[in-house]
Ligand binder design. Structure first.
Ligand code: ZN
Length: 185
């Protein structure tokens, strides 16, 4: 496979662009939510992992079936650490604008298709206090939008970017967001 000649770290993004995300086991998914208590990790309802198309994902994401205002993402950083974040929907952009753009995948959505999600700041030592938020696709399906496996009902801005470039940009945005969450500063 191209891209595997270097170290695993330098390969991480290249491989994701080519073949998507590495499969993550259920125990590792639960363990990646390090800001949650052991009980919260255990109770967390995961998607049906046998149906997940890892090859089409930059990060695993799902919305809680019984609590649509709570979403989860599990991403792998360039250093191969899996990081799980609980995202709380603060508000959908309904009243603000007719259409809005996801800051991660740059997809333009009609009213309500983008939401402000926030997550607690933390690092390996524990919670840091405060939250970090961003406007992202309300269904957290950015990986599918950049691959054109899912389409928004809204007309998109013309772009010269290839799918590979959009995947790269998405990965950069997700990693930047996670670094803001787990950074001391
Ligand atoms: Zn998006």
């Amino acid at each position: 496979m191209a891209g595997w000649s270097g170290s695993r770290t330098t390969c991480a993004l290249t491989c994701r662009i080519e073949v998507g995300m590495q499969v993550v086991a259920e125990t590792d998914i639960r363990a990646s939510f390090r800001a949650c208590s052991a009980g919260e990790r255990k109770r967390m309802r995961l998607p049906n992992l046998s149906e997940v198309e890892w090859e089409n994902l930059d990060f695993l994401s799902w919305i809680d079936r019984s609590d649509p205002k709570t979403g989860y993402i599990v991403a792998m950083l360039a250093d191969e650490r899996e990081v799980g974040l609980v995202l709380r929907m603060v508000k959908a952009t309904k009243s603000v604008a007719r259409q809005s753009m996801c800051n991660w995948c740059r997809t333009i959505h009609p009213m309500g298709g983008v939401a402000l999600f926030s997550t607690l700041r933390w690092n390996e030592q524990g919670k840091l206090g405060g939250t970090i938020g961003d406007y992202i696709c309300a269904d957290l399906a950015c990986s599918a939008y950049v691959r054109r496996l899912k389409r928004s009902d809204q007309v998109q801005l013309p772009t010269m970017k290839s799918i590979e470039e959009r995947i790269r940009d998405l990965n950069d945005h997700v990693e930047l967001f996670i670094n803001r969450v787990i950074s001391e500063k």
